[in-house]
Design a protein around this ligand. Sequence first.
Ligand code: NAD
Ligand code: UPG
Length: 454
Amino acid sequence: MKVCVIGTGYVGLTTGVSLAFLGHEVTCVDLDQAKVDMLRGGKCPIYEPGMEDLLAEAAQNLTFTTSYEEAVPGADVVFVAVQTPSAEDGSPDLRYLRRAAESVAQSLNHDFTVVVNKSTVPIGSGNWVDAILRDSFVQREDRPEGVEFAVASNPEFLREGNAIADTLYPDRIVIGSDNPRSLEVLNRLYRPIINQTFTPPTFLPRPEDANAVPLVSTDLASAELIKYAANAFLALKISYANEIGQLAAKVGADITEVARGMGLDQRIGSRFLQPGVGWGGSCFGKDTKALIATASEYNLDMPIVKAAREVNSRQRAIAVERLQDELRILKGRKIGLLGLAFKPNTDDLRDAPALDIANSLIARGARVKLHDPVATGRFRIEQPELAAYLSETIDDVFADCDAVVLVTEWAQYLELDWSKFVGLMRTPILLDGRHVLDADRMRRLGYRYVAVSG
Ligand SMILES: NC(=O)c1ccc[n+]([C@@H]2O[C@H](COP(=O)([O-])OP(=O)(O)OC[C@H]3O[C@@H](n4cnc5c(N)ncnc54)[C@H](O)[C@@H]3O)[C@@H](O)[C@H]2O)c1
Ligand SMILES: O=c1ccn([C@@H]2O[C@H](COP(=O)(O)OP(=O)(O)O[C@H]3O[C@H](CO)[C@@H](O)[C@H](O)[C@H]3O)[C@@H](O)[C@H]2O)c(=O)[nH]1
């Protein structure tokens, strides 16, 4: 099938490259010429494991352009995957979506095109996009005859760092549509994934437990709400683990053991109970805020979602308090942070806990040293005022340091020979921001091991 994808960020690029890999003819549009140039050269503008390999495997079915006219005409499906960041009042800023929809309408010329919203958007946006498309289309002087289109919602559930596996082997596919023809088109598009009939990429074999993928076919509003409800649930699951973690620290319980004991109950499940400095990234913060903003439009309070947000920001503050408890005075102390990206296997720094922790330490007069195995290039561009604090080497982070915080659990850090670094520190305080290090072993090596919850 002929597919167009608007936006080549984390979601658009993964969607476009994966569909091309499955054999569809895909054209990806982005307004950012630099991104398009990189992608044309086979280079990936984001750090996403496997993406360059998949780009290479799918190259014959893939085109990148800045031109809607080159991409939209003749497409059976147009995915819109532009950013929807938070506006001042917490609601999503839909400017990028509006502009994309207006541009799509200028180039529609096929007998039937499904315009699929993949961006995370407030409930009701499907109808809003439909209205923009129709208004813009009827105003076209060159409006072709016999053109039909319909809007569908197909929320995305990929995790950064795991984007390709989440796309090829998803837990479910959700399609919201009030139009049977759209459903039929999207069913056809996704059939290789739904039935798991494709040959897996060489670098990413099909997991042994991969089964046929459930398709949730529903109305537009329900599909849009599923996305927010799922993200808010995951966010509050982590916040709950962190809230219990604070109590565990007071009563002398081990939150890792508590989370394990809870998670083995299949009704609870062990995933997303990892305690620590809490969640960051471009989605949980923005989407919980948006859910609260949408509910307030209907005079509805969302106390559980609000509490999840509160607990999450408290965790970042607690990390700094733990250091203060250990060192008493933070002014003049040298504190190293290991990990800047909001989680491992990505260079995404959006709402990364490390940024708040670093800024808070600097505000208290500490001298910070920042390290990340992958995200420093992006960090220099996005956080120029903090760039001077970057360390090139792990030795430099530890040298003469009063405390080191493991903020992001990159494999490189977990696999460090920790015995090598303890002697470099002025005081060997190690704050485990993710509860992933072996506390007993670290203590045996001479560290004063402290965790965020405990
Ligand atoms: N990042 C994730 O893990 C993730 C997962 C699921 C859902 N989402 C949602 O998907 C959407 C996209 O997120 P993202 O992280 O991929 O964003 P992103 O910022 O990485 O990428 C958006 C891309 O769209 C391009 N763009 C903006 N306006 C455009 C236009 N009018 N025409 C063409 N290109 C345009 C930008 O240049 C950018 O490259 C958001 O709504 C987000 O909430 C994100
Ligand atoms: O037990 C856990 C699990 C995660 N995290 C943190 O939570 C954040 C989010 O992690 P993750 O969900 O793995 O990453 P994202 O790429 O932000 O993915 C989330 O947000 C996406 C955007 O909407 C959705 O598509 C995904 O389904 C959803 O998991 C990160 O800071 C993690 O460090 C924890 O603190 N404890």
